[in-house]
Design a protein around this ligand. Structure first.
Ligand code: C2E
Ligand code: CA
Ligand code: CA
Length: 424
């Protein structure tokens, strides 16, 4: 191994990048910083991680050596993540060629002494034409691109500035979200679900809203995915569930005769997998003086499918408490009809995308009609989401759809406004 030059660590790499920046001659590409990983191999778990990643480092350097790259430095970052500085590259197609070869290298088994490693690599890349000259900017940019490569089909992502903006925005948002949960900036709004036959409110869906200290509203489409990725969804979901149940309890007291049947709460996959879920639910129901029938949980197909075994087990325990279970966004996911029969669910919510053009698109009409028939056969309730025109209601009524929800009836509103809707 000693014969190989150009092996380094993070610190060494930063110094080399600094030097490359100083020597940078042209406005075009002089060098590129590339970060890649080799997915953890089982053997690593057995305790040989360090040596194996040392060997990988050497292997990567050896291959680069054989590709006649003018100058390069390979550094081990952490675990099985490596970074490469390529100097003297003239254009993107040269770099693209190296990247292709790196992907190839690990897609076939590589023999490292007695261990054979094959794995999918992902690569994040930044080239020297990036404005802003700090060495760590390049390394950080490569990091950012590398993070994005996780979701890339080809496994390669070139850094660009909007990515950086997004990364910064995300970090800020994450810090603020933690704070927002702790200081109760996340509120619950309620959107009524109506009976399409009688026009009465059947229930409400609880939807999270973030009101920042400077009075800006942030959409759940922005912060729920972040909360899911960071695990914050578990404590946040617990608070939202408690608040939604508490509100339902207040309505029950206030309107003993005309109170809607149930409150619907959305559940993310981390919540479903969390072993405290049932305990949290029991506690929220108890504190609100509610029984299980007053609560309905909305779960998407993909959340269910992510961990079918645990999910089914939890669903049965929910049903023992008479808690309702709806499949949310139905029709967009797996839509496997076979699994529907085997799951203890009580309702389907037809995704908004079908309702949107149900009056003009025969495919949407056909799919919706099929879902409604299916629900009837399986004795499931069916709710149409996203009704925002009279024409939608008319079509859905003619298909004998039970329930509807949408801007036509009411957008999600705060608890006070929702209370007025019940009293009206
Ligand atoms: P979702 O569960 O499918 O919620 C329905 C979304 O459709 C809501 O968006 C609602 O405002 C919107 N909507 C209702 N009627 C109409 C309509 O007629 N037209 C249109 N264009 N939209 C309509 P919102 O409140 O922005 O929520 C977006 C998503 O965020 C939800 O989709 C849900 O996946 C997630 N979410 C919201 N609150 C929570 C929560 O407390 N927990 C979890 N896990 N997810 C939540
Ligand atoms: Ca929902
Ligand atoms: Ca939905």
């Amino acid at each position: 191994y000693d014969q190989l030059t150009g092996l380094s660590n993070r610190y060494g790499l930063l110094q080399k990048i600094a030097k490359s920046i100083d020597l940078k001659r042209s406005k075009g590409i002089d060098f590129a910083v590339l970060k890649l990983d080799v997915e953890r191999y089982p053997i690593i778990k057995a305790g040989f991680g360090h040596t194996l990643s040392d060997r990988l480092l050497v292997e990567i350097a050896r291959r680069l050596e054989s590709w006649n790259i003018p100058s390069k430095v390979v550094a081990r970052m952490e675990n099985n993540e490596f970074a490469i500085l390529l100097e003297g590259v003239e254009n993107l197609s040269v770099i693209a060629n190296y990247i292709e070869q790196l992907h190839q290298l690990f897609s076939h088994p590589v023999q490292l002494d007695e261990i054979s490693v094959s794995s999918k690599t992902r690569i994040g890349l930044v080239t020297s034409d990036l404005e802003g000259v700090q060495p760590e900017d390049f390394l950080r940019a490569a990091d950012t691109a590398f993070d994005c490569a996780r979701n890339d089909r080809e496994g390669t992502v070139f850094f660009n500035h909007s990515m950086q903006q997004k990364a910064i925005h995300r970090v800020n948002l994450e810090v603020n979200l933690q704070e927002a949960i702790a200081t109760k900036q996340i509120l619950v709004h309620y959107q009524p679900i109506f009976s399409l036959q009688t026009g009465k409110i059947k229930g409400f869906e609880a939807l999270a809203r973030w009101l920042t200290p400077d009075q800006r509203w942030i959409s759940p489409l922005e912060f729920i995915p972040l909360a899911e990725e960071t695990g914050l969804i578990v404590p946040l979901g617990r608070c939202l569930l408690a608040e939604a149940c508490a509100q339902m309890g207040r309505w029950k007291n206030q309107f003993p005769d005309i109170c809607p049947e149930s409150i619907s709460v959305n559940l993310s996959s981390l919540q479903l997998a969390n072993s405290d879920l049932l305990e949290d639910i029991d506690r929220s129901l108890l504190a609100a003086g509610l029984s299980g029938e007053s609560l309905n949980l909305e779960i998407t197909e993909s959340v269910l499918m992510e961990n079918v075994k645990t999910a089914i087990n939890v669903l049965y325990q929910l049903r023992e408490r008479s808690i309702g279970i709806s499949i949310d966004d139905f029709g967009t996911g797996y839509s496997s009809l076979a699994y529907l029969q085997s799951l203890p669910i009580t309702a389907l919510k037809i995704d908004r995308s079908f309702i949107m053009d149900i009056d003009t698109n025969s495919n949407s009409l056909e799919i919706t009609s099929m879902i409604i028939n299916l629900s009837n056969q399986l004795k499931l309730k069916v709710v149409a989401e996203g009704i925002d025109k009279d024409a939608h209601t008319n079509v859905l009524r003619s298909l004998s759809c039970d329930y509807g929800q949408g801007f036509l009836f009411s957008p999600p509103v705060d608890a006070t406004a929702a209370t007025s809707l019940i009293a009206a």
